[in-house]
Design a protein around this ligand. Sequence first.
Ligand code: ARG
Ligand code: GLU
Length: 719
Amino acid sequence: MKKFLLSLAAAALLLPAQADEGMWLLPLIKEQRFAEMQALGLKLQDYDIYNPDSSSLKDAVVIFGGGCTGEIVSPEGLVFTNHHCGYGQIQQHSTLKHDYLTEGFWAASRDKELPNPGLTVTFIEKIEDVTDYVLAALAGNNDPDNVDFVSAKYLNELARKRVGEKYLSDHPAIAVEIKDFYGGNQYYMFTKKIYSDVRLVGAPPSSIDKFGADTDNWMWPRHTGDFAIFRVYADANGEPAPYSESNVPLRPKRWFKINIGGVQPNDFAMIMGFPGRTNKYYTSWEVAERRDIDNEIRISMRELRQQAMLEEMLADPAVRIQYASKYASSTNAYKNAIGSNWAIKKHDLEKVKLAEQEKLIAWSKKNCETAYPEALLTLEQIVSDRKDLRFRSWMLDEAIIRSIEFTKVPTKVDTLVEALKGRDKEEQQQQLAQLTTAYEAFADKNYSPVVDRKIAKIMLKEYRRLVPAGKQPAYFSVIDQQFKGNVDSFVDYLFEQSIFGSHDNFNKFLAKPTAKALENDLMLLFAHSVQQENKALTESLKGFDAGYAIAHRTYLKGLLNMYGNRANFPDANRTLRLTYGQVKGYDPRDAVTYAYQTTLDGVMEKEDPDNWEFVVPARLKELYANNDFGRYGLSNGKMPVDFCATTHTTGGNSGSPVMNANGELIGINFDRNWEGVGGDIQYLPDYQRSIIVDVRYVLFVIDKYAGAGYLLEEMELVQ
Ligand code: ARG
Ligand code: GLU
C-alpha cells in the first residue's frame, strides 16, 4: 500500500501539464504523453506517429514557406495549407485582369500550376538529442558574453560542424540546425530537406478563404474556408531542385488519408506543426511586464492608429485597397494583445506563475538547493531594471516606427551628399538614381501621404504626452524650438517642405539637387533620429540578455528537477511539435455556450453584400439553396464549415494537419479564439480552442464550388 501511494505521488509530481496542454516534442511523446493520448481515444501506436527508423505520419508534415505549416495529401506531392499562408504568392500572380485573390485560382492541369520563386516546403528528416554534444562544445568554448548557449548562430555552426561541410556541400538541399529547449537545458538537432519548386494549384476566392476578414479574425463561431493548395516538384530522382519545366511531382514518403466521416464532440484530435513562440516559463514579473508594458502599449497605440486608418479607408475606396493588408496585420497582433491581457487578468496568470515559483522555492529549501531561488531573484531584478528602457522601446516601436511610415524614408544619403558636393556628374546621376529607387520603394502604390500625415499627427502627440521630454529622440526638440510645440504644424511642414513629402517635392529636388537640401531635410532628419534612438535602446536592452538567459536556464533547470525531467513540454521554438485534445465547444461567458461546429447556415446569416468582409459568392448561395453538398454534408442536411478543438496551438501552427484517432486528416488549423491566446503564457482548458476548417468544407469547395474535382482523384478519401 505504501509503495502504491508513493508511486502515485511520484506520478502526480511527474504530470504537472494539464489535460490537453502541451506542444510535445516527437522523440519524447512515447515517454511523456502516450498513455494519456490512448486514454483519450488515440488508436495508433507511438511509432505510427514518429519512428526514427522508418517513415511515419510526421513525414507528411512540412514547414510551408517561412512561418507556416502544411501537409502532404497525395502520393503526387499535393500540399494543403492556409490561404493566409500562401497569400503573398497568390497576390504575386494576381493582376487586375486575373485577380486570383478575389476570384480564386484553379489549375485545370499540371502544366497550369504556377511556380513561386522563393517559396519552399521543408521536410524534417531526422531529430536527434544532441545535449551532450552541445554541452561538451560549450565547455571548451570561450564565450565572454555568455550567451552562446542560446545563440542560434553559434548552435547552427555546431550543427554544421557535427555533419561536416563536405556532407553539406554534397547535399545542397539539406540544412541542419540545433535548437535549445527548456532555456538551454536540452538541445535537439534537426536535419531538414528543403524543396524549392512549389507550385500553386488552387485557391478559393477571398469571399470564402477570407470570409469575415478582420472582424471575424481570432473569433469563434467562425465561417472561414482558409485553405489553399500547392504541389511540391522534384527532379527525376525525387530530389529537391530549383524550378525547372522538367521537374516532376514529388513522390513523398507519406501522405495523409482524408477522412470525410466527420467529427463529433469529444472526439480525439491531434495536430502536428511548427508553433512559433510561447512563454509558458515566464516568471510572475514577466507576466506583469508583458501585461503593463508590451500588451498595454500595443493595444492603446494600435487603437489610435487603426481608428485613423479606418476612417480614411472607409472614406476612400482607393485607400481601402492600399491599406487593407497593413490594417489586417495591425489588427491581427492588436486583437491578440487584447486577448492576452484579458486572459492574464481573468485567470490571474501573475498569481499562477507566482505559485509555481513559490513551489520551487519551498522544494529548493527542502533539497538544500540555493541556485534556483537565486535565479528567481535575478529575474525579478532584471525585469525591474529594464522597465524604463522597455517602456521607451515599446513606445518608440508602436507609436512611431510602426505607425509613422515616413520613419522609413531613405536616410543613407552620405555618398549622394558627397557626390553632390563634388563635380563628377556621372557619379551624381548614379547616386540620384539610387535615391529615386529607394524613394519609390518607400512611396509605393500602397502609400498614401494623406493617411501618413493624419496618423503622424495623432501618434506623435500621443508619444510626446507619454514619454518624458528628455527620453525622446534628440531631434524631437525641434518641435518645441521651431514649432512652439505644435505637432500639427510640424508635420504639415514636413509634408509641404520635405523632399520626401510628395512626388512633386521629390521631382523638384531631382530637377535641382543640392547637398544642402538633403542635409537639412527635416523628414530625413526626423527619420534618422528615430533610427538612432531605436538602435541605442536596442543596444542598452541587449545588456540584460546574458543575465536573463542564464537565470532563465537555471529557473527551468529547477522546474525540471522538481517535476521530473520529462513532465513538461518546452516552450515553442519553431520546431515540430504534437498537440492533442478533443473536438469541443466552450462557454465564453455566463449563460453563453458555443457549439463545436459551424455550418453554411452561419455563412448565410452573416452575409452582407455591402460589406466586403461578408460578401457571399453567388455560386455558393446557389449550392446552399439547392442543398447541393454532395457527400460532404451532414446527416441533418447541413454543410459543415469549421470546428474547434482543445488542442494547444499558436502562431506557426497555421496550416497544420488536424488528425483523428487514426491519424487521418479531418481539418486544417488556421486560427485560435481570442479567449485562448493567453494560452501562449498558460494553457486555458475551459477557454482555449484551435479554429479548424473542416476537411469536408475544403473538399466541397474544391469539388462542388470550383468544379476542380479532378484534384480529388489523387487523394485517398476514407470514411
Ligand atoms: N489570426 C490568424 C493568425 O494569427 C490569421 C491571420 C490572418 N488573417 C487576418 N485576417 N489578418 O495568423
Ligand atoms: N493564425 C495563426 C498562424 O498564422 C494561428 C493562430 C494562433 O496563434 O493560434 O499561425
